[in-house]
Design a protein around this ligand. Structure first.
Ligand code: G6P
Ligand code: MG
Length: 755
């Protein structure tokens, strides 16, 4: 009796199949012997039966049993059971092919003889009900035939509707995914056996089919992506193996065709297919056409702009190709940080460093710039590239004061790390910028530069910071540490009432006790207090009050330019000499003066509008000011004055003073701030300076005012303060003392000169 071994189930009556399968289940002991190449014998000993099976062409077999029913009807349950057992046996042999490659050639031989068209017909007919099982069978045997057509098979197995259109839905998607994953398992097995062309034969149609399905049914993207990822990862592994040139070409073709499709998309956490075949793309012509493809994608596929740009930059560099289109390059510049992030995801560290070089230092988005540098440092560290580490870590520590980056720098190049810190020490005086201070302190400590560390801590007068370092410093510099705390504690006691001061100091006292410095600090405080009492008598000057515009910051010029512009708009060109009359005077006062001088009559509403307009011009002009606009020596003078124990106030006629101080980041330098909102009368009226002295709890006779305007000098003197004129003696001659600029003097010199 002739039967197809593959299709046992469909060649017999349903009842007979059931009977056969029952017998299979009941057969507990049996052997399959192979007396010669195409002859198999199934011997069952419990229950007893024996069946001969002869292999014919095309997967057909001739089966023979010796029982009475067989003799009569040419079939019996033994024959059917034996067929099942043999098939099972052959499949099993196929699965353990690696182990028993030689022994199972016979099985392979037999399966190879089956006609692929028969297999396909069979599988598609039963795809709906038993698809997964059939696919497994097919996957196990198909690769043995010469030209397996997985592409058509996949199509056959994909459900179609009555119009012949592919239809997948919630019910059949599971079966479809099952089939695909069985094929992928088969591909994985083949890959393990180093059968690369066979692996690719399965992967190519599977990947193509999945891409097509996802493009057609985006709703199933998430589910199908699971198989797609597996397939792409396996493809990646294949591409990493030494491959025959023909296979390489096939892989490139697949990647190129797939990527050219309009519906191509990148799959998360896998590399783009074109990147996988990149090592085989050696011909210049091919490279150019790939670059061309990517350039086109950049223009059209906006959704994946970054992914495509990443590839373009990578290949531009690796293949030494110029990016022809300027438009593309410009687009890339704005995408560079995103590209860097993408490369980081793809673990493309060398390219990342290359792209980082393309990123302009003055890149507008500072946050993105910083992230790029951080990723760059990570890449440089992973690749142990000292040159890059030094460059990037220096930038991160100089511009963003990153302690970790500086540490990395120190590890790879100590000299460079020291250089950065020296630079920062010069650039930032203590207290000017907190993050800079934190890095500097940390670094000085790590570098054991204790002298510098102490100096900065003394300048900062911040007990919390000192507490971080004093345990070490105490060993060799206990005197200085004691002095620091004594000064600090005295400062707190002077600034706050007893109860609050004690609350604030509690922490410090217990810290000092733990350091065993408590009594030393207490002693120091006592000697300081007696010395202070001695000095009190002849101490004349205890406070400084500073005008703002023209004294601390270079904004006087912007005030004058704003007036000039305004008056020009109403038809008048004002004289340079008018600066002396508007400098120091309030906004309205200045406007009145100018209108008067140039004979312009305005109603009070008009005046209000003009004053507002002038202020807008002024605000626009100072929009961009930063601590760099502080006048030379001003900040240092403030810091030194504070160190000298003086109380400091600001006394400005400007209503914008607080805003300006904020931009300069120096509000903290003053004990009191008085601005244009605090005085009704404009300088030369003394009101503002009387109020400033009062705010410092000082008699005006103990206060020195610093002024750049003649009106200001007059006001200071009228208040009963001392006055230092800053600028030209010809206009400021009334002052007690005139100096060119704060950088040319020191608090001590001023006090000495005026005492
Ligand atoms: C300072 C300037 C003056 C200015 C005045 C009012 O003292 O020296 O030129 O007129 O402030 O400024 P405001 O910002 O309130 O217009
Ligand atoms: Mg001024």
């Amino acid at each position: 009796m002739r039967v197809s071994l593959i299709d046992i189930e469909n060649q017999f009556d349903h009842h007979l199949i059931e009977e056969g399968l029952d017998l299979v289940r009941a057969t507990t002991e049996y052997t399959v012997q192979q007396p010669d190449l195409a002859h198999f014998q199934v011997h069952a000993s419990n229950p007893v039966y024996q069946v001969d099976i002869l292999m014919l062409q095309d997967g057909l077999v001739n089966v023979k049993c010796y029982c009475a029913p067989f003799k009569k009807s040419k079939y019996c349950k033994h024959a059917i059971a034996a067929l099942f057992l043999l098939r099972e046996n052959l499949q099993h042999a196929r699965k353990s092919r690696v182990k028993s490659r030689h022994e199972s050639t016979v099985t392979d031989e037999a399966l190879r003889k089956m006609k692929i068209t028969d297999l396909r017909k069979f599988v598609s007919a039963y795809a709906v009900s038993h698809a997964v099982f059939k696919a497994e069978l097919l996957a196990n045997t198909l690769h043995l035939t010469r030209k397996p057509d997985y592409a058509s098979m996949l199509l056959d197995l994909t459900p179609i509707d009555k119009y012949g259109q592919i239809r997948i839905n919630r019910n059949n998607i599971k079966t479809l995914r099952g089939i695909i994953s069985i094929l992928l398992k088969q591909a994985q097995q083949l890959f393990k056996e180093k059968a690369l062309p066979e692996t690719f034969q399965i992967l190519e149609p599977v990947i193509n089919h999945l891409y097509r399905l996802i493009a057609k049914f985006p709703a199933y993207q998430q589910q199908l992506s699971i198989e797609l990822k597996t397939a792409l990862r396996l493809f990646e592994l294949v591409c990493l193996q030494p491959m025959a040139p023909r296979l390489q070409q096939a892989a490139i073709k697949m990647a190129f065709d797939l990527s050219s499709r309009e519906s191509y998309f990148f799959v998360k956490s896998t590399l783009p297919v074109l990147r996988l075949v990149e090592p085989f793309v050696l011909e210049q012509k091919l490279r150019k056409s790939i670059i061309h493809l990517v350039e086109e994608k950049i223009k059209t596929d906006h959704q994946n702009l970054i992914a495509w740009s990443t590839l373009l930059l990578r290949w531009g560099k690796a293949w030494h190709l110029q990016l022809k289109s300027k438009e593309i390059f410009n687009r890339l510049i704005s995408q560079l940080p995103a590209i860097i992030q993408e490369m980081n995801q793809q673990k493309d560290y060398e390219d990342l460093l290359y792209v980082l070089q393309l990123l302009p230092e003055d890149y507008a988005d500072k946050t993105q710039y910083r992230i790029s540098l951080q990723l760059g440092l990570k890449a440089a560290l992973l690749l142990s590239s000292e040159k890059d580490i030094v460059q990037i870590a220096s930038a991160l520590s100089r511009q963003y004061f990153e302690i970790e980056a500086w540490e990395a720098l120190l590890h790879s190049n100590e000299a460079a790390a020291k250089k950065v810190i020296r630079h920062l020490q010069q650039q930032y005086v203590a207290g000017q910028h907190e993050p800079a201070d934190l890095l500097i302190l940390h670094a000085l400590n790590v570098l054991h530069l204790e002298g510098d560390l102490l100096d900065r801590l003394m300048d900062l007068q911040d007990a919390e910071l000192m507490m971080e370092y004093d345990r070490e410093l105490k060993k060799d510099h206990s005197d200085t540490v004691v002095k620091f705390y004594a000064i600090y504690i005295r400062g707190i006691k002077e600034a706050y009432g007893g109860l609050i001061a004690r609350q604030k100091l509690n922490n410090i006292f217990s810290h000092l006790k733990s350091l065993d410095l408590y009594s030393a600090v207490a002693d120091k405080l006592k000697t300081m207090d007696t010395r202070k009492a001695d000095n009190q008598e002849n101490k004349v000057i205890e406070g400084f009050v500073f005008d703002l515009d023209g004294v601390i910051v270079d904004t006087a010029i912007h005030h004058f330019q704003a007036w000039k512009k305004l008056l020009k708009e109403i038809g008048v060109t004002i004289a340079d000499e008018d600066d002396h009359h508007t400098r120091g005077a309030s906004r309205m006062e200045s406007l009145e003066y100018l209108l008067n001088k140039y004979g312009l009559k305005k109603t009070s509403e008009e005046k209000l509008e003009l004053a507002t307009r002038k202020n807008e011009y002024y605000l626009k002009a100072i929009e961009q000011i930063t601590p760099d606009d502080l006048l030379p020596g001003a900040l240092q003078f403030l810091i030194d004055s504070r160190k000298a124990g003086l109380s400091l106030a600001l006394g400005s006629a400007s209503k914008n003073a607080r805003g300006v101080l904020e931009k300069l980041d120096i509000e903290d330098q003053f004990d009191a701030i008085l601005d244009g909102n605090d005085a009704k009368e404009s300088k030369p009226d003394p009101e503002i300076f009387i109020k400033a002295s009062a705010a410092l709890h000082l008699d005006p006779s103990r206060v020195v005012v610093f002024e750049d305007a003649a009106k200001g000098v007059q006001a200071a003197l009228a208040a009963g303060c001392h006055c230092v004129g800053l600028g030209d003696a010809s206009t400021l001659g009334a002052a007690d003392l005139v100096v060119a600029s704060l950088k040319d003097t020191s608090p001590q010199q001023i006090i000495k000169a005026l005492s």
